[in-house]
Design a protein around this ligand. Sequence first.
Ligand code: HEM
Ligand SMILES: *[C@@H]1O[C@H](CO)[C@@H](O)[C@H](O)[C@H]1NC(C)=O
Length: 330
Amino acid sequence: METIRVCLALVLSLYLLVPSASASSLKVGFYKRTCPDAETIVRNVVGRAVGNNRGIAAGVIRMHFHDCFVRGCDGSVLLDSTPGKPAERQHPANNPSLRGFEVIDEAKAVLESHCPNTVSCADVLAFAARDAAYFTGGFFYELPGGRRDGRVSLESEIQGNLPPPSFNAEQLKENFARKGLSVDEMVTLSGAHSIGVSHCSSFNSRLYGFNSTHQQDPSMDPDLAAFLKSRCPRPRTNDRDDPTVPLDLGTPHHLDIQYYRNLKKGRGLLTSDQTLWSSSRTAKLVAANTKNPHRWQEKYAAAMVHMGSIDVLTGRKGEIRRRCRVVNRH
Ligand code: HEM
Ligand SMILES: *[C@@H]1O[C@H](CO)[C@@H](O)[C@H](O)[C@H]1NC(C)=O
């Protein structure tokens, strides 16, 4: 009996990173009574989807970030535009690059057949992002639930809320601070760029005509620049060809600290990545993350729980959408 308990404790301490941050009125195990299989259902759907296409994991993690930074984590990023009212997903920051919508729809459809009108789309997305880290990073964390869905999504609200890839460390710090997140959390969460891809258009300005004295960004490793130029054509007007490149060319499918090691070698893809190493304030945090993979996982888990609590709708606010792409009819 004792050995079993010790083994269990060991396994738990290895795989279950319990973040200390408590998030407003959200609760771990929120659906325990109302829909006991909710989190398992989401995990199974995400696992299958990631098995078919690993990029989906990156897609849902990014989608959750974009949801939380615009009107809070209320599922607003999932809503379709309505006539004359372009939604968040229409904005160039989301369209066409945001991916994984079908996975959220699929999980929601299964949930509706098991326990109708119970699990919010905002929670499905938050759980899916947590599970995506499990399938690509091999670590699990408890994530509180209880978010409810908003009824508004506006393309015009992207600007000023989502940071563009051209931001420097100071601008990123201010942007995250407005969402209640610290510099350390900003650097920690940027580690999500250790999976997934970027379109050339998000970093082309670093490769061609950087400024009047430098053709390319001198903070980028010249070998990386040469490689990227071979993949990304010089931008021309009306050129619709916009290939993608892995954000972390070292271990593109693993959610890990390789991202930070890349930065030390000038191998960050976006300006907003490389700036974390160029700026002395954040360079220390980058360096610390290169040394301690387990500590970074703990910090990532805690920061995701914190990010997942931004401006959430709880209690009687908002609604439980029936379908994630449209608000309920009244
Ligand atoms: C620090 C400010 C950030 C900026 C400026 C930024 C910007 C970007 C850009 C420009 C892309 C590539 C889009 C494309 O061209 O296809 C991208 C991809 C991605 N971002 Fe961020 N991001 C930031 C923070 C975050 C955070 C906090 C997360 C999640 C915790 C995240 C997760 C991702 C993921 C997973 C991808 C890959 C998506 C895919 O492969 O579909 N990013 N980001
Ligand atoms: C071009 O960028 C480099 C590196 O950031 C900088 O040192 C240089 O002063 C810039 N040149 C001009 C003209 O802005």
